[in-house]
Design a protein around this ligand. Structure first.
Ligand code: ATP
Ligand code: MG
Length: 559
């Protein structure tokens, strides 16, 4: 039993309309415990929109000391696959949530659904209908005009029972007939005009194999699944608002489930994220047409893609908190997601140096064979993260963009001839001259260094403002960098039917450069801040040393 103290504690975690409903239900004693469920259909990989639903369902239940079931809504064998079951389990766990006891499948309840269908037939609330799909549509009417009763609506209970049993035994062809609820063909809610409850599918199901050739529809199965599991608050997205009528109608007409504490459905607005699609159909299209390398391509807004890109579970949970829950559909600014990961990694990612677009820099007054070892802090604000060994010698790599022969103006804080910069964690250097190839490209930069400036400002008080990063050349490890950008050029790709026209041709640019030697065996998916470059993590699929750019250091998309 939840005490008012607990309700208070849960509400303090932020309030939203769902929590308000729960608070009310608990305080009037309608429910003693909060039970929710996350009900994915295993027909694709989970995306950031599902993450919102997961955080809402699992998070709410746990804040109220209740529990959340993971239930696969597997009532349509033609699109489902065990590959998706496994990826979904993985993604939910990775996000940091524990489902209650064993995983549930709607298909666990096929026998119960069937019994419920028989009960409705016996109550003259369901009938087997042989209208063709076209005719069914015609009879349904329109928003303006009421529908017409099916000629099969008045078949006797006895006949319906026998026909439904024959459906189950496989005596009819796919599409030949369906079981429909007998509700109201004139209802102002189209979904209440005798909706289909069961249809025939001769398809092997990933869980029940060939046991069944009739499959329940979502609207019929979902509410019963909720009731069987004792779900109290069945939270779904707004497009199911009208279908709440079928949810209630079904449970109210089944003796076993028509109780005061039966589950209720509540709808919230789905997440639409800028520059991303959260339509499983479109995500599948991207995969099937090789616009991306797979469901876990780091440009995909799937949980597995975000993970491979370097997003952390904490950042995705934080994002869900920040966007909140409402009943208004909107397009969420992608920078909210990006600042969630940036804030996490700014605190938690160790620093390192990587030169992505390298050019050689030779320090002419540095001793020939000397290789210096320097301890560099892993985090400038957090000493407990320790230090790492980096190296320094006569020959290092810096990024091409950090040098110009002639500084364009006084604000230029990088290296130029006769200008000084600090090499991060090392000395101050001054450029003196360059080598060029036949096409006038700079091939080598020459410098001198000030030996008294390791970790110190110059003794004569001269100010050196610029800091650039580097990697010592003999110890540098070659690495590949995947620099990702938005997958779509338009912030609202769902407006386009043909997504190929708005694909960003530069959503992936591959570069070859160098990292510090201690990244030779970098852990997969562990985040680093490559100083001045952004946050990166080692790719989980590549064989060699490949780093994926998670996000830049600051939001510079609009600059
Ligand atoms: P489908 O078109 O296959 O039904 P779906 O995106 O609704 O796709 P489900 O597997 O049915 O996928 O979704 C599981 C749960 O996640 C549902 O409760 C659904 O409402 C929720 N969900 C799906 N997409 C979003 C989204 N963009 N924002 C928030 N919740 C979502
Ligand atoms: Mg759905």
């Amino acid at each position: 039993m939840l005490r008012s103290m607990d309700i208070k504690k849960a509400s303090e975690k932020g309030t939203n309309f769902i929590r308000n409903i729960i608070n009310e239900d608990l305080s009037i004693g309608k429910h003693q415990k909060v039970v929710t469920r996350f009900p994915p259909e295993p027909n694709g990989y989970l995306h950031i929109g599902h993450a919102k639903s997961i955080c809402l369902n699992f998070g709410t239940a746990s804040d109220y000391d209740g529990y959340c079931n993971l239930r696969f809504d597997d009532t349509n064998p033609s699109k489902e696959d065990i590959e998706f079951v496994n990826s979904i389990k993985n993604d939910v766990s990775w996000l940091g949530f524990n489902w209650h006891k064993e995983i549930k499948f709607s298909s666990d309840y096929f026998d119960i659904f069937y019994e419920c269908a028989l009960e409705l037939i016996e109550k003259e609330l369901a009938y087997v209908c042989f209208l063709s799909a076209d005719k069914t549509r015609e009879y349904r009417g329109t928003l303006k005009n009421p529908g017409k009763n099916s000629p099969y609506r008045d078949t006797s209970v006895k006949e319906n029972l026998s026909l439904f049993k024959k459906m189950k035994l496989g005596e009819f062809k796919e599409g030949e007939c369906v079981l429909r609820a007998k509700i109201d063909m004139a209802s102002s809610f189209m979904c209440m005009r005798d909706p289909t409850l069961y249809r025939i599918r001769f398809e092997t199901h990933h869980q029940t194999k060939d046991d069944w050739c009739i499959y329940p529809m979502y609207d019929f199965a979902h509410c019963i699944g909720d009731a069987i599991e004792g779900v109290t608050h069945s939270i779904c997205t707004l497009e199911f608002q009208d279908n709440r009528r079928i949810y209630d109608w079904t449970l109210e007409n089944l003796d076993k489930f028509n109780k005061p504490d039966r589950p209720h459905q509540y709808e919230f607005s789905r997440l639409n994220l800028e520059y991303a699609t959260t339509s499983k159909r479109k995500l599948k299209l991207l995969v099937d047409n090789n616009f991306v390398t797979g469901w876990n391509d780091p440009r995909m807004p799937t949980i597995s893609g975000l993970r491979r890109r370097g997003y952390t579970p904490e950042s995705i949970r934080d994002f869900s908190e920040r966007i909140g829950v409402s009943k208004v559909n909107s397009l969420t600014d992608i920078s909210i997601l990006e600042s969630s990961i940036r804030d996490d990694l700014n605190t938690n990612a160790p620093r390192s140096m990587a030169v992505i677009d390298a050019i050689k820099l030779i320090i002419e007054n540095y001793p020939e064979e000397k290789l210096e070892s320097i301890q560099a802090p892993n985090h400038p604000q957090n000493e407990t993260m320790g230090t790492r060994e980096i190296f320094f010698s006569k020959e290092i790599y810096i990024d091409k963009a950090d040098f110009q022969e002639i500084a364009p103006n006084n604000k230029f804080k990088r290296l130029a001839i006769n200008k000084e910069v600090r090499l991060r964690n090392a000395y101050i250097v001054k450029a003196t001259r360059v080598d060029k190839d036949n096409e006038d490209n700079i091939t080598t930069i020459y410098c001198t260094y000030d030996p008294s400036t390791l970790g110190k400002n110059p003794a004569d008080g001269r100010k050196v403002k610029g800091v650039i990063h580097f990697v010592e050349s003999s110890k540098a490890i070659q690495a590949e960098f995947n620099i990702y950008d938005r997958l779509f050029l338009d912030p609202n790709p769902s407006q386009f039917d043909e997504i190929s026209v708005i694909m960003n041709p530069n959503s992936l640019i591959i570069k070859n450069g160098y990292v510090e030697p201690n990244l030779k065996d970098a852990e997969i998916e562990k985040a680093y801040q490559f100083e001045r470059e952004g946050y990166f993590c080692r790719d989980s699929e590549a064989n060699g040393l490949v780093f994926n750019k998670t996000v830049g250091l600051r939001d510079n998309w609009n600059q």
